[in-house]
Write a protein that binds this ligand. Structure first.
Ligand code: ATP
Ligand code: MG
Length: 406
């Protein structure tokens, strides 16, 4: 019997006149991801995306892969592998009897469920549910009905052209389709928090780019490789991510030479934010994203955050701001970045760290420290030093020579 995927979406269902804009983005994303699995026709109708294999070469293992890919598409909340049946009650009964042993395999209790999107179908949802229960019990008399806590729910959906039968499903990634909320520039370090922050904003529909600041030779080639690996892992979720790697070496040496050590981290963070804003502007990113969490370290107090925010010309999103470390770690494990994040390579923030950083900095004093340097010239150097890498769906995209845009 022919199998397809039915992908259900969450929040997008509530969108008004522009709903099809969001649906088309999800169809586009699925099409790009499934191209490597096989030939599928992908369309949306009745608040569901249909993924139909187009030839007999698509195996059951390919369908599993397709489900796995669909589970990474933001906007989708549930994926069902469903059997396609003629919209006729005799055909549905026969299919249910044939499929029941497979659908309830490993379960002791079940519930019959039904949804009639096509109101012209003669049986209503209640009658259909009774039919599902009866057909399953007929072919699997050892099964027990449990409508409150069933091990498995066998469902029939009567839709536009066909009826569909499925049992269970795989949870989708949720959120809003990639790219539906504009583009944002993630400040990506090698730590646990910033990859999580990037994932969270991508989940809300932001297309992601990233900037990473390094301080070679104080930071190593391996530290850069670690950050690129994190970006690759984030791209499994957000689709495409460009990573701009910029050098802060000269800035850090100048800060160390000329400025009061207590302000060192703050001055560095302001410099990062200013440079990131400029790189964001160049790449049409409307917001910055960081992995800060309130009070986690000296540079993440309210005082310190207001001092760093004062230098940026666009919104700064900090999705981890109200999260505890354990919650961030749980998400890092879920998205697959945790094990890489804890590899012990240095970050530019951890070289030249002050012994007693200011937790309640005063703006005038920060500005007085900055006045000791030609920051504009130093930041020009930072922006000019950018090297760009591109990752797509978990793979690095080879770059053309001369660091051209991909
Ligand atoms: P993370 O785990 O994300 O590294 P953290 O708790 O170590 O965060 P900080 O080192 O204070 O915190 O950095 C705060 C935020 O600043 C990071 O979440 C990240 O967004 C940004 N950031 C820090 N270091 C860098 C860097 N080298 N390049 C780009 N952004 C950075
Ligand atoms: Mg860090």
């Amino acid at each position: 019997m022919k199998e397809i995927l039915l992908c259900k979406y969450g929040e997008v269902v509530l969108k008004g006149l522009n709903k099809s804009y969001f649906e088309n983005l999800m169809v586009h994303e699925l099409t790009a991801r499934l191209a490597k699995v096989g030939d599928f026709a992908i369309r949306h109708a009745q608040s569901t995306i249909y993924v139909e294999p187009q030839d007999e070469f698509i195996t059951s293992a390919d369908m599993d892969l397709a489900v796995e890919e669909a589970a990474h598409v933001f906007g989708i909340v549930m994926i069902h592998r469903a059997y396609v049946v003629e919209k006729d009650m005799d055909a549905i009964r026969a299919a249910l009897r044939e499929l029941a042993p497979t659908l309830v395999a490993g379960a002791k209790t079940f519930k019959g469920d039904a949804k009639r999107s096509d109101k012209r179908f003669p049986l209503n949802s209640m009658d259909l549910m009774a039919e599902v229960g009866a057909a399953v019990l007929e072919s699997c008399p050892y099964m027990k009905v449990d409508v409150k806590h069933p091990d498995v729910t066998v469902r029939v959906e009567i839709r536009d052209t066909n009826a569909y039968i499925h049992a269970g499903g795989v949870k989708g990634a949720g959120g809003l389709p990639t790219g539906s909320s504009g583009h944002a520039m993630l400040l990506l370090s090698g730590g646990i928090d910033s990859p999580v922050a990037g994932y969270m904003m991508a989940k809300r529909g932001a297309g992601m780019e990233a900037v990473h600041f390094e301080s070679f030779p104080y930071t190593s080639e391996r530290a850069r490789e670690k950050v690129l690996e994190l970006a690759r892992l984030v791209s499994v979720w957000c689709g495409k991510i460009k990573v701009h790697v910029a050098s802060l070496t000269h800035v850090q040496e100048e800060l160390k030479r000329a400025c009061n050590e207590e302000y060192f981290t703050l001055l560095l963070r302001r410099c990062m934010m200013r440079s990131a804003s400029r790189i964001a502007k160049e790449h049409a990113c409307l917001a910055l994203v960081t992995g800060e969490s309130l009070g986690q370290v000296a540079s993440q107090t309210m005082h310190a955050l207001s001092v760093t925010d004062a230098v940026v010309d666009r919104p700064v999103f900090r999705p981890c701001i109200g999260m505890d470390k354990e919650e961030i770690v749980a998400l890092a494990r879920h998205i697959g970045t945790f094990e890489t994040s804890i590899l012990p390579y240095e970050d530019c923030c951890t070289v030249f760290t002050p012994r007693h950083p200011k937790t309640k900095p005063e703006m005038e004093k920060v500005e007085a420290e900055e006045a000791k340097l030609d920051l504009a010239a130093l930041e020009d150097e930072v922006v000019a030093s950018v090297h760009t890498y591109v990752f797509k769906y978990g793979e690095m995209v080879p770059q053309r020579p001369m660091n051209e845009e991909a």
